[in-house]
Design a protein around this ligand. Structure first.
Ligand SMILES: CSC[C@H]1O[C@H](OP(=O)(O)O)[C@H](O)[C@@H]1O
Length: 358
């Protein structure tokens, strides 16, 4: 099963709050249930959040009692607000919901039933595009992996299903399938332990050698020359190439620079937000302090202790070697190459204008 699957009007999610071998399937039949699954990280990881939110919009259309198009569009706007309020950082959530709203507004959809059918099809399309996108990123990224490399990986960037590749984990899997003998250092990734719980499970399923390490041990292995490349995912990439990703990513990037280790971000172009100018403009989610103070409800700090719990941090573009996307690997200057990747750069037109003195 994939981490996000549509079954005849019901969205089925692998609950990622638990160890995968205790796999629990959540069934969502309303946008409220999907928003709650995103907020509580039952479904997590930027692309999966986007796909889930798209299905949340499809569920909103199917559950709406509206008998006319205008009333249905109002219900969809309400669902969009609800889903967008679930988590603030992963831009895929907003990208997917806005794409569903644009589809619903297509003039060619005259009646509510046509809108409902179109939204289910669009959400399925978003989920299927993600599978192909991950496969292409795996192919591009694997060109950077040499036989014998040790890769340091942070958090979880997989798809929890052997049928899909994920983003940074898709690069690792592709290199492995190409016969390259690799080893992965798996950051446990406090406080939610996505690395120790989810990435370790995925690598076990794929038969890829790995070692789980404490987040604080990354510098130890880099300084000993044990790391050949760092691969991470992303939740939002700003127009200048600054990257928001799981907290601890910035630390890895600075350490990698210190030790001359290539640091690559793996993310689909749907994670790039051209409307966010730089990393300072990326909203960083603050989560419940109990995620830091407890593990599975068991306190790890004395009663009365307080905690801060930013779920992400921002890595300035200057620390990033390259960004692996489904359209190729982007290198500095990131602002220009991001615009070109998104089809926003008018360099040809600008040149024509310059040549003609217009
Ligand atoms: C391809 S997953 C991208 C990204 O999402 C994760 O955050 P979370 O577990 O809070 O959803 C992590 O930052 C991954 O790198």
């Amino acid at each position: 099963m994939r981490s996000v699957e549509w079954h005849d009007g019901v969205l089925r999610l692998i609950d990622q709050r638990r160890l995968p071998h205790e796999m629990v399937i959540l069934e969502c039949e309303t946008p409220e249930a999907v928003a709650e699954a995103i907020r509580t990280m039952a479904v997590r990881g930027a692309p999966a959040i986007g796909a889930a939110a798209a299905f949340g919009m499809a569920l909103a259309a199917l559950r709406s009692p509206a008998s006319d198009r205008a009333a249905l569009l109002r219900d969809l706007e309400a669902a969009a607000r609800l889903l967008k309020a679930s988590r603030p950082t992963a831009v895929n959530l907003f990208w997917a919901v806005d794409r569903m709203l644009r589809r619903a507004a297509d003039e060619g959809l005259e009646d509510p039933q046509a809108v409902r059918e179109a939204l289910v099809a669009e959400a399925i399309r978003i989920a299927e595009e993600d599978v192909e996108t991950n496969r292409r990123m795996g192919q591009y990224g694997a060109t950077l992996i040499r036989d014998g490399d040790t890769i340091l990986h942070h958090c979880n960037t997989g798809a929890l299903a052997t049928v899909d590749y994920g983003t940074a984990l898709g690069v690792i899997r592709t290199a492995h399938e190409q016969g390259k003998r690799i080893h992965v250092l798996v950051d446990e990734t406090r406080p939610r332990l996505q690395g120790a719980r989810l990435t370790a499970w995925e690598l076990l399923q794929l038969g890829i050698p790995f070692t789980v390490i404490a987040d604080g041990a990354a510098g130890y292995f880099m300084r000993k020359g044990k790391v050949n490349i760092v691969l991470v995912g992303a939740d939002r990439i700003a127009a200048n190439g600054d990257v928001a990703n799981k907290v601890g990513t910035y630390t890895l990037a600075v350490l990698a620079r210190e030790h001359g280790i290539p640091f690559y971000v793996v993310a689909p172009t749907s994670t790039i937000d051209p409307n966010t100018p730089n990393g300072d403009a990326i909203p960083i989610e603050e989560r419940d302090e109990r995620e830091v103070l407890e593990i599975e409800g068991v306190p790890i700090a004395p009663r009365g202790a307080r905690a801060a719990n930013p779920a992400f941090d921002v890595t300035p573009a200057r620390y990033i070697t390259g960004i692996i996307t489904e359209k190729g690997i982007l290198y500095p200057p990131f602002d220009l190459h991001i615009r070109r990747a998104l089809g926003l750069e008018q360099e040809d037109l600008r040149d024509v204008v310059a040549l003609r003195g217009l």
